[in-house]
Write a protein that binds this ligand. Structure first.
Ligand code: NAD
Length: 309
């Protein structure tokens, strides 16, 4: 049994820590949200009041935070992980973040004498709950092997990706494909419906045909077909439109720096931006189906634009 510190107990960190507790680890959690912290305590996490308190005596520290800026703020500074963890503690960031932030944390951790890996995940909230996530892990090989041991109760697949930041590179490219698949699934689902097909019958066909994808099988955007889909639940977030926009933005930034044209990815990013502009950024990203079926009203024209016209 290990002592695990966990910073970030949201949609993913919550169920991931539940599996760590089930595996017999002592998990000490910290989150800025009281609601997230209380939910984690209900499944056996011990609440702490600061990062310093959470990491004290920990064998390993996991972070599961929204964006690169959050990860930098939790690692750096007087109240951060690098200032308070013991040097023997293994540090694992499972957030999906930009490569520059991941490299900055690798560099600062190494300079301070820590072992650190970037270990983002795929599999969504349902995979987090089932303990079947795929982890992609970048860093020095000894630290990657050590991290794999701790990760085991949360995962179905643990795949070393190479050196520092390669886990994030794999994750960013995977999610570019996921969100393009989600957009195509939304268009196919709505069109099939309007052509008079029963939605379950169409899903039964597509899920064993060439239109199949993880998005179709896990996040089908029409209600009443796939139990894990947010469409059943008024698009209450399992993966917010805001985070999807962030992820596809990371792919677009990486593509620009490598002169890679992402024509479809750039278009899908605009769909998430329209959802956000329409006030739905905190809803589930599968709500982009509302741009296909027309149920999301167009964002109000800003007053300044009206004045100009
Ligand atoms: P979330 O917003 O539900 O959870 C993030 C948590 O971090 C929140 O509870 C928030 O209060 C907390 N937090 C933010 N700043 C903090 C700080 N300074 N100190 C302590 N806690 C802080 O997000 P999520 O859906 O759990 O996603 C987390 C990461 O995992 C993101 O990078 C996301 O892209 C990635 N991811 C999400 C999914 C998914 O399906 N939701 C799947 C794979 C990867």
């Amino acid at each position: 049994m290990a002592t695990v510190a966990w910073i970030g107990l949201g949609n993913m960190g919550g169920p991931m820590t539940a599996n760590m507790v089930k595996a017999g680890h002592a998990v000490r959690g910290f989150d800025l949200s009281t609601h997230a912290l209380e939910a984690a305590v209900a499944h056996g996490v011990t609440a702490t009041a600061s990062i310093a308190e959470a990491v004290q005596g920990a064998d390993v520290v996991f972070t599961m935070l929204p964006k690169g800026d959050h990860v930098r703020s939790v690692y750096f500074g007087e109240a951060g992980i690098l200032a308070h963890a013991a040097k023997e503690t293994l540090l694992i960031d499972s957030s999906t973040i930009d490569i520059e932030s991941a490299q900055a944390v690798h560099d600062a951790a190494a300079a301070a004498g820590f072992r650190f890996v970037d270990a983002p995940v795929s599999g969504g909230m349902s995979g987090a709950a089932a303990g079947t996530l795929t982890f992609m892990i970048g860093g020095e090989s000894g630290a990657v092997a050590e991290a794999s041991g701790y990760i085991e109760p949360m995962s179905a697949n643990i795949i070393p990706t190479g050196g520092a930041t390669t886990g994030q590179a794999a994750k960013i490219c995977n999610n570019l494909m996921l969100f393009i698949n989600l957009a195509s699934t939304s268009e196919g689902a709505v069109l099939a419906d309007r052509l008079g097909l029963d939605k379950q019958v169409f899903w039964d066909i597509a899920s064993v045909s060439s239109g199949d994808s993880w998005a179709l099988r896990t996040w089908y955007p029409l209600a009443g077909v796939v139990p894990t889909a947010a469409s059943n639940n008024g698009f209450a977030p399992t993966f917010t439109a805001e985070l999807a926009n962030k992820d596809i933005g990371l792919a677009i930034a990486a593509a620009r720096s490598t002169e890679t044209p992402l024509e479809i990815g750039e278009h899908v990013q605009q769909l998430f931006q329209r959802l956000i502009d329409g006030g739905q950024g905190a809803k589930d990203c599968t709500m982009i189906v509302s741009l296909v079926d027309g149920s999301l009203a167009a964002p109000a024209v800003p007053a300044s634009a009206t004045a100009l016209s």
